[in-house]
Design a protein. Sequence first.
Length: 191
Amino acid sequence: MDSGYLTQPAIFLIDTIFGLYLFALVLRFLFQWFNADYYNPISQMIVKVTQPPVGLLRRFIPPLGRVDSATLLLMLALQMIASYLVLTLQGVDLNPAALAVFATSQLLDLILNVLFFAIVITVVLSWFHVSRYNPAVSLLYSFTNPMLKWARKLLPPMGGLDLSPLIPIIGIQLVKMLVLPPLDQLVRMLS
């Protein structure tokens, strides 16, 4: 057995462990950004899981308006560590500046994916009779409704058909196409 035999399982573990925690941090950040119900049981679970490091960082890093700087910095630091570990296992060496840009690109992609799938799930749930009192559903609606309310002003329902979710979905995809490739190119230039 060569050393490459353990590389893929190690990358899988790093991606899984860091990915799950980063997902929880992204949810915490988005819940705060969209003023989701703090007392929702799912919100409480996310806060309890992420509070120890975020609480420690908040002692030194104040929020900037509505932006939770401590959570944002923690997400970036964890993404940088995860990216460094994975790239090192793959034999890729990036300098700190390239690593920071690469981690920013990965984090932005994760945030945009969470928003995209939240809107898609909201649309699918609208086809069925689902109780808004369900903690997961009410939380999902609380942070997709601001985007959908804005979209409904631009494209009101026509003949009972609500096409307004297409606006944020197209917007998210455009942001991914316009912002992420230049960041990836910047990574190549810096490395």
